[in-house]
Write a protein that binds this ligand. Structure first.
Ligand code: ATP
Length: 207
């Protein structure tokens, strides 16, 4: 799973998702938009608009799935709950991977029940060339104990390892895209044309 606010979804998410899926030979990779991000300010587009954009982006041929499980939930969208429901759906033997960028990984200790995540899934960390963050001490210990270099090691277990992956580095963020639109500049070629058309039709992110 690759969760996020996707406000809006962009090529940084999509290219990473395709590369992770291929490098780890995953059966499927689900993009999971979060409903009410517990530790972030409210997103600019509504939940249904963000879902619509992710569905447009992951259209035919991308090899990516969209899962709206967090949007159908009444409670705040905690990743640990999502992993528990995926685990229940897929069974205890399936290898489950939680994919997230380096910035999100560095913020992990603020997540709800974060110390349970590795009991449910592996963690795959993507590089983010637009973020220069130091990893918190508690995560250094976790990395020392749990990180592996060989993707094949992850496939041998259903959960419990951390892999830092080198994918094509794309310094694209939703914040930057929202800023461009708010200032009247074009974000074209940072995100799929279908998503940009939708943003324009819906009048999203304008000041
Ligand atoms: P914002 O700028 O609004 O914070 P974002 O661009 O970081 O948004 P999110 O929806 O918050 O996008 O990201 C979802 C996940 O995708 C996070 O784990 C994030 O680290 C990761 N991610 C986002 N952009 C990239 C990128 N360019 N390269 C690699 N990972 C990314």
């Amino acid at each position: 799973m690759l969760g996020g606010t996707f406000d809006p979804v962009h090529f940084g998410h999509l290219r990473s998702a395709v590369e992770v899926r291929e490098q780890l030979q995953l059966d499927e990779l689900r993009l999971i938009p979060s409903a009410r991000p517990p530790h972030r300010e409210l997103p600019g587009a509504s939940a249904s608009q963000r879902l619509a954009m992710v569905q447009l982006a992951a259209g035919e041929g991308s090899g990516l799935q969209v899962d709206d499980c967090e949007l159908r939930r009444e409670r705040p969208s905690y990743t640990v709950d999502t992993l528990e429901s995926l685990r229940a759906e897929l069974g205890s033997d399936a290898a489950l991977f939680m994919v997230l960028g380096w910035d999100a990984f560095c913020g992990l200790p603020n997540w709800h029940r974060w110390d349970e995540l590795l009991r449910l899934a592996h963690i795959v960390v993507l590089q983010r060339p637009d973020y220069d963050l130091d990893v918190p001490e508690v995560l250094k210990d976790l990395l020392a104990a749990r990180s592996v270099d060989d993707p094949a090691r992850l496939a041998q277990a259903s959960h419990g390892y951390i892999l830092c992956l080198s994918q094509t580095p794309l310094a694209i963020s939703a914040t930057h895209i929202r800023g461009l639109i708010a200032s009247g500049a074009s974000p074209r070629f940072l995100l799929p044309d279908a998503v940009l058309d939708y943003i324009e039709t819906e009048g999203l992110y304008r000041p």
